[in-house]
Design a protein around this ligand. Structure first.
Ligand code: URA
Length: 434
């Protein structure tokens, strides 16, 4: 088999066999197929798609590139949540300890790094000094059973093919593809050894798949292929026409998550965390009324029990929790600049995708596979859809070690906000639960 002919076959829109898909993925992982050929293949998939047999084979090949966790405690329910990716999406940092604090489920979570314009849970966790995300599989399994949750990334053991493909897609503009997203998310989640999976499928101008109909198609494909592996899958279609919360950037998002974990923080972040965690617990216990589960979760947040659970996870994974207990200890970005609104009106639209790219330009994400992230970089969005704004009022605050990046962004970032004279209704946080 030749990578060249397989790229050509996909370029012509033909379906590949499982052996051919395995040849490409394994060859890439073993470095026998170079990144430039794999990039060409991914781009061909991006344009030509994959049929159901190919998607199923692609998921299976990535899944079998590593080991699979098997939990043995039959009395426990193992459940996770995964987002298709958004801007300011810090929900995992809240939901995992919240679900753990409920004592009703265990959460073994494998997350990814920033991808394209969107942030990644792994980069956020690693902004916490000392936080180890590279636990061995044994440590991962033991910690999940001992305390109820563990948070790690793809490893050399677990879905190594996704780790490599993910990093390549990140820098080759090949993220926006339903088959590639299905392969990436489901392989990781099946490998975790979970029984239930809640999927936060983002839709809107900051999502990888912006159109509603296509987001819905992604949601139903994720459900279909996940169920084929015996998982109970619950996709939730949620809005991404504006950043979630106010803060975008790794440590900034940890800070905002801590506020929510202590019962405060932005209302949209709290609401989505509650909705998705409720779905996780209701997968575990379909007999319980969702309203009661939600009320219990609200109490857990307000009492600070989810915050305590997060401290426990962080401490177990080696973090210096003094930074979580007193976030003001964390040294801020070298340069911070406020940008004011140029005109008066109502925020009618926000270019969320571009704000994600702006955060990367400030140092919060990668533009090449070898880039190092600046954990302090990012931005704070002070106005959301439907908010009234006066000329000269604070719109965005930029954080970066790179003064040049701040200066060039400060000149254009106001353009990400459409300010109109008319009232704009706020979009819902959740559209649909499938
Ligand atoms: N999240 C993932 O893990 N993979 C994708 O491809 C997109 C979002």
């Amino acid at each position: 088999m030749l990578a060249y002919t397989l790229i050509e076959k996909k370029q012509q829109g033909k379906a590949l066999t499982k052996d051919e898909i395995r040849f490409l993925v394994k060859g890439f992982l073993k470095k026998e197929i170079p990144a430039y050929q794999m990039s060409a293949f991914l781009m061909a998939v991006y344009f030509k798609g994959m049929d159901a047999d190919e998607i199923s084979a692609y998921i299976d090949v990535i899944l079998h590139s590593g080991k699979r966790v098997r939990f043995t405690d039959k009395s426990a329910y193992y459940v996770d949540k995964h987002s298709t990716g958004g801007v300011g999406d810090k929900i995992s940092l809240i939901l995992a300890p919240l679900a753990m604090a409920s004592g009703r489920v265990r959460v073994p979570m494998i997350s990814g790094r920033g991808l394209g314009h969107s942030g990644g849970t792994l980069d956020k966790l690693e902004s916490i000094p000392g936080f180890r995300t590279d636990l061995s599989l044994l440590e991962f399994r033991k910690q999940t059973d001992a305390i109820g949750c563990a948070l790690i990334g793809q490893t050399a053991d677990l879905c190594p093919a996704d780790k490599e493909l993910y990093a390549l897609r990140d820098v080759t503009a090949t993220v926006r593809s339903i088959p590639l997203i299905c392969g990436s998310i489901l392989s990781k989640k099946i490998a975790e050894g979970i029984q239930g999976l809640v999927l936060d499928v983002k839709t809107g101008n900051g999502a990888f798949i912006p159109e509603y109909a296509e987001s819905r198609e992604l949601a139903s494909k994720l459900k279909y292929f996940g169920e084929a592996y015996g998982l109970s899958v619950r996709p939730v279609l949620t809005d991404m026409n504006q950043p979630l919360g106010e803060k975008i950037g790794n440590w900034l998002e940890v800070e905002e998550s801590l506020d929510v974990l202590k019962g405060g923080g932005p209302a949209d972040v709290r609401e989505l965390s509650l909705v998705l965690t409720t779905q996780m617990l209701s997968l575990a216990d379909p007999g319980s009324a969702a309203e009661q589960i939600r009320q219990d979760l609200e109490t857990i947040l307000d009492k600070g029990a989810a915050f305590e659970a997060f401290l426990r996870i962080a401490k177990t994974q080696g973090a210096d929790i003094r930074y979580l207990e007193n976030p003001e200890r964390y040294r801020p970005a070298k340069h911070i600049m406020q940008v004011k609104a140029g005109r008066e009106g109502t925020i009618a639209a926000i270019d969320t995708y571009q704000l994600g790219l702006d955060a990367i330009a400030l140092g919060a994400g990668r533009t090449a596979m070898t880039d190092k992230i600046d954990p302090r970089a990012g931005l704070i969005v002070h106005k959301h859809l439907g908010d009234a704004v006066r000329k000269g009022e604070l719109l965005v605050t930029l954080h970066s070690a790179k003064m040049k990046a701040i200066e060039s962004l400060a000149a254009v970032i106001g353009q990400r906000f459409t300010v109109s004279g008319e009232f704009t209704s706020k979009p819902p946080i959740v559209y649909e639960i499938l």
